[in-house]
Design a protein around this ligand. Structure first.
Ligand code: PFF
Length: 451
C-alpha cells in the first residue's frame, strides 16, 4: 500500500525488530507463568500441547498481526481501518484495533503490579533467603500481598521505569532499552542453565518436561496451553501490530516471526528447565502454582550452594523480561493518541501510564483492603486477568485470523507476507481454518459450554 511510511518511525534494522518483538513476547509469561503452568498441568503433556499450539496457531497469527500492522502503517485502529478500506470491507474492523489498545492498557495495569512483586523479591534476594523455611517464605509472600503501600510503591516504580523508556521514542527509547536488556536477559538465562546443568538436577527437569506422556493430555491441558500460546506471543493486543507498523517493507515477515518465536519458546523452555532442575535438586514439589518462583524457588535458593547469587540473578532476569514486555503494552495506546489527537509523545505516554497506574492501584488493593470486592466471584485482579487474557485476547486473535484469512484480498496478503507456493498455502490454511476453529474452542470453554 502506498502509505506515508517515510513519516513513520522505523526500527533501525530487521534485527532490531526481532529483538524488540522478542522483548515483548518474552516476559512474565515465560518465566513466571509457563513454569508454574507446566508444574500444575502435569509437566510434559502441557509442554507438548503448548509447542503444538505455538506452531499451529501462534506463529501463523504472529505473522498475520505483523502483516496487518505493516500494511496498515498506523496505530492499531488506523492500521485496521486502512487495510479494511483497501479490502473494500466494513470500517467496523477498526474495532479489532480498539480491542487491542484497550486490552493492552488493562494488561499493563495488572502486569505492573505483578512486576512489582518481582522488584520486591529482587531486593529480598539481595539480602538472601538464608535459613528460611517453607512457612516463613509463604508468610513473606502473604505479607507482601497484605501491604497496600508496598504493592503500590513497587507498582509505581515499575510504571515509572516504563514511562522513562517509552517517552524516548521508538528507536531512541524502546529499541535502545531492548538492545541493553535483551542481551543481558539471554546471558542470565545461559548462566542459570549452566548452573542447572553443573549443580542441580537437570536430568530430572528434562524428564519432567519432555518425557512423552500422551495419556496425560486432557481438555484442561489443551485449553490452558492454547491460552498461554497467545499470551506468551503477545497476540491480539495491538503490541505486535504496532511494532509491525514500524517494520520496513522488504523485510521477510515469515523469517523474522520465526526467529521471534524461537527466542520466545527457547527462553520459556530453558527457564523452565533451570527452575525445575533447582526445584528437583532440593527435593521440592514442582506443582506449587503461581507461588512457584516466589515461594518454592527461594526455598531452593536458601538451601543450595551460591544460592544468593543465583537468586539475585534470577529475579533480575524476571524483572528485565517484564520490563521489555510492559514497554510494548504502552506503545499501542501511545501511537493511537499521538496519531489521532495530535498530542505530543511525552504527554501521550504520560496519559497512558497514568491510566494504567491508576487502575493498577485498584489491582493492588484487590489483594488486601478490597479483597472482598468481587464481580462474578472474581476479585479485581482476577477479573482483569480473565477479561483480557481469556476473552479479549482470543477474541482479537479470532478476528485477526478471520480478517487476514477471509476478508483481505488473497493477492494483497501474499504480497505483504512474502511467502510463495506451498509455504504460503500452509500458512494461509493455518490462518483460515486452524486458528479460527482452535480459538472458537477456547471460547466455548471459557463460557462454560465445553471443558
Ligand atoms: N508476552 C508477554 C509475556 O509473556 O509476559 C505478555 C504480553 C505482552 C501480552 C504484550 C500481550 C502483549 F501485548
Amino acid at each position: 500500500m502506498s502509505s506515508p511510511s517515510s513519516v513513520r518511525a522505523h526500527w533501525s534494522s530487521r534485527w532490531a525488530f526481532i529483538l524488540v518483538t522478542a522483548g515483548s513476547a518474552i516476559g512474565l509469561g515465560n518465566i513466571w507463568k509457563f513454569p508454574y503452568m507446566t508444574g500444575t498441568n502435569g509437566g510434559s503433556a502441557f509442554v507438548l500441547v503448548y509447542l503444538a499450539c505455538i506452531v499451529g496457531i501462534g506463529v501463523p497469527l504472529l505473522m498475520a498481526e505483523t502483516m496487518l500492522g505493516r500494511r496498515g502503517q498506523g496505530n492499531p485502529v488506523d492500521a485496521m481501518r486502512s487495510v479494511a478500506t483497501e479490502a473494500g470491507a466494513n470500517q467496523l474492523w477498526q474495532v479489532v484495533g480498539a480491542i487491542g489498545i484497550l486490552g493492552a492498557s488493562l494488561i499493563l495495569s495488572f502486569y505492573s503490579v505483578v512486576a512489582g512483586w518481582i522488584l520486591d523479591y529482587t531486593v529480598l534476594a539481595v539480602h538472601g533467603f538464608d535459613g528460611m523455611s517453607k512457612d516463613s517464605l509463604s508468610a513473606i509472600f502473604s505479607a507482601l500481598l497484605a501491604d497496600p503501600w508496598r504493592l503500590i510503591g513497587w507498582h509505581s516504580l515499575f510504571m515509572l521505569l516504563n514511562l522513562l523508556v517509552v517517552i524516548g521514542g521508538v528507536t531512541g527509547g524502546i529499541e535502545r532499552a531492548n538492545k541493553i536488556l535483551m542481551p543481558a536477559l539471554f546471558a542470565i538465562v545461559l548462566l542459570l542453565l549452566g548452573y542447572g546443568i553443573v549443580a542441580a538436577d537437570m536430568a530430572a527437569a528434562v524428564r519432567f518436561m519432555f518425557h512423552f506422556e500422551p495419556q496425560a493430555i486432557s481438555a484442561t491441558v489443551i485449553l490452558s496451553a492454547m491460552g498461554h500460546a497467545f499470551f506468551t506471543l503477545s497476540l491480539g493486543m495491538g503490541a505486535i501490530m504496532t511494532y509491525g507498523s514500524y517494520l520496513e517493507r522488504g523485510t521477510s515477515i515469515a523469517r523474522t516471526c520465526l526467529y521471534i518465536t524461537l527466542a520466545d519458546t527457547g527462553i520459556a523452555l530453558l527457564a523452565g528447565l533451570s527452575i525445575f532442575a533447582i526445584v528437583f535438586a532440593q527435593g521440592l514439589e514442582p506443582a506449587a502454582g503461581p507461588g512457584l518462583i516466589l515461594q518454592t524457588l527461594p526455598l531452593a535458593f536458601s538451601q543450595m550452594p551460591m544460592g544468593n547469587i543465583v537468586g539475585v540473578l534470577f529475579f533480575v532476569l524476571v524483572a528485565f523480561a517484564a520490563w521489555t514486555s510492559a514497554i510494548s503494552l504502552i506503545e499501542p495506546a501511545t501511537s493511537f493518541l499521538v496519531e489521532r489527537t495530535g498530542l505530543g509523545r511525552k504527554p501521550a505516554v504520560a496519559a497512558v501510564c497514568f491510566v494504567a497506574w491508576f487502575i493498577g492501584i485498584a489491582v493492588a488493593l484487590s489483594f488486601n483492603l478490597w479483597s472482598e470486592i468481587k464481580l462474578f466471584g472474581l476479585n479485581i485482579f482476577d477479573l482483569l486477568d480473565t477479561l483480557t487474557t481469556k476473552m479479549l485476547m482470543p477474541l482479537a486473535g479470532l478476528l485477526i485470523a478471520l480478517f487476514a484469512g477471509w476478508v483481505m484480498k488473497r493477492a494483497h496478503v501474499a504480497d505483504e507476507i512474502g511467502l510463495q507456493g506451498g509455504a504460503f498455502r500452509l500458512w494461509y490454511g493455518a490462518v483460515r481454518y486452524v486458528s479460527p476453529v482452535a480459538i472458537a474452542l477456547i471460547f466455548l470453554n471459557v463460557i462454560g459450554v465445553i471443558g
